[in-house]
Design a binder for this molecule. Sequence first.
Ligand SMILES: Cc1ncc(COP(=O)(O)O)c(C=O)c1O
Length: 404
Amino acid sequence: MATPIPSNLQNPTSNSQPKSWNIKFISYSSSVEFKQNLGFHGTSLRTDGRSWRIAPVKVVDTNEFTGFTKSSMIHDDDDDTVPLLSSSQVMEKLKAYRGNQKSKQNYLAMYSSVVGGITTDSEAMVIPMDDHMVHRGHGVFDTAAIMDGHLYELDQHIDRFLRSATNAKINLPFNREQLRSILIQTVAASKCREGSLRYWLSAGPGDFNLSPLGCDGSSLYAIVMQDQSPRLQEGVKVSTSTIPIKPPQFATVKSVNYLPNVLSKMEAEEKGAFAALWLDDDGFVAEGPNMNAAFVSKENMLLMPYFDKILSGCTAKRVLALAEGLVHKGIIAGIREGNITVEEGKEAKEMMLIGSGILVLPVVQWDDQVIGDGKEGPVALALHNLILEDMKSGPASVRVPVPY
Ligand SMILES: Cc1ncc(COP(=O)(O)O)c(C=O)c1O
């Protein structure tokens, strides 16, 4: 959302003298800070013969302006003319854009059924604007972690991907084996040994209508990302989401309609929490915006909500299977899938979030309630280690080797 220009900057040329502003571009990979005479023209900022259209994001004090993002600036040498670019110029600009991107995410390879191949050039990792997934949200997606040169739970994720596709009424452009082979080949081309694979199925490009009847046929895209984020293990805080949960028909499908999930995550971050937890329409614990939740009850039972109104998490299901080992060792008394009340959850000995991005993450506080003794619980840590071990040396049913 555009932040209004602060009143002290709204009409800075009104007293005719150019003012001196201290401007910091915080979004560059290395911050650029400079101080010089600048004249403002509405939202255009002129600096020594060059002009930039700017979108002020945050003002930290009257003389210091922070937060111009590179993407919010359109360089237009002396006027507002938008350049007409050839396709090779577009590619050059996309390359420069990727080079300057503030995100440190490394995209190593992308497959697109639209071009029928894989590219390792990040500037070419684009999809058509008229794709039904882009302008109508008519697409589904899924993931798989890459560890030690193996894809973790690829087949389990593909199963869910195909269920999502059926529910979204999108036909696969290939059969399952071809899809699987494309995904594995994309990872092989990326040479990535630690990272993640993400793939989308869309109703496809065609037009900008609501109906997919004009789409040329479904499209498949896949991208491989290098893993750079250290896995969090420290206990986190969660809040209760005030953003409404998706109805079960949509919550059980991994579609690209993640607006409620994004808003819920943003709400949590605004409250200093890691994620916001949804309750279902009956007030029972549901899930987080991209993770499931589980508890260890006072009776030492591992509790997990039913998957009938939420996304059936591949990691949560694997946790349920691996937790049997903890039952045999007497570390937990048993496992129960079912309805969990907020009271039961907040009184639990342990709470955890589960998902392929975080594995098993202990929760030490939910809203104002400290969970257990406020420290990472032993069951959450044991389950985290079991999943990590499974990723590194689990059975062939969960580890698919990548033929690099
Ligand atoms: C809404 C939601 N719930 C749960 C999960 C956890 O699923 P998985 O363990 O398969 O990553 C996700 C994953 O992204 C999700 O988006």
